[in-house]
Design a protein around this ligand. Sequence first.
Ligand SMILES: [Zn+2]
Ligand SMILES: [Zn+2]
Length: 157
Amino acid sequence: MVNIVLLILAYFFMEFVAWSNHKYVMHGFLWNWHIDHHRKDNLQGLPLNTEDKLLEKNDLFFLVYAIPAIILMIVGFSIQSMPMVFVSVGITLYGFTYFAIHDIIIHNRIKISFLQGKHNFFIEAVIKAHTAHHKPKNKQDFNNYGLLVFPLKFLKS
Ligand SMILES: [Zn+2]
Ligand SMILES: [Zn+2]
C-alpha cells in the first residue's frame, strides 16, 4: 500500500519536475536544446523551419529523465528496495504519459489512431493549454510550461 502511494506521489511529483525543468532549464540555460521544439512557432528572430524531423534535439531531455529512472530501478532491484522500484515505475509511467499526450496526441509525431481520435474534456484542455505554449508573441511571452496541470480557463469552453 505504501508503495502504491509512493508510485502515485512520484508520478505527480514528475509533473512538478517537468514544469520547473521546462520553465527554468529548457527555456533557460538549455534553450539551445529546446529551441528545436519551437522551430515552427513563428518566433521573432527564430529561423522558421517547418520541415518535419524524426528526432529533435529536444528529445535529449527524454534521456535526462529516463536515465535516473532506469538507474533507480536497477539499484532498487539489486538492493531489493521495493519503495525505490515503485518510485522508478511512477517516474516511468509519467514519461509514458508525457510521450503519449505531448508527442503522439498533440504533436502527432507518430500515427496511433486510437490515441488521436476523440478526447475527453480533460485531454482537450491539456491540448489547448500546450497549444497555447506554442503560440508566443516573442521569446519572453511563453506560458503553460506544465502538461497535466494548467490554468483552469482551459477547462472552460
Ligand atoms: Zn517550450
Ligand atoms: Zn510541444
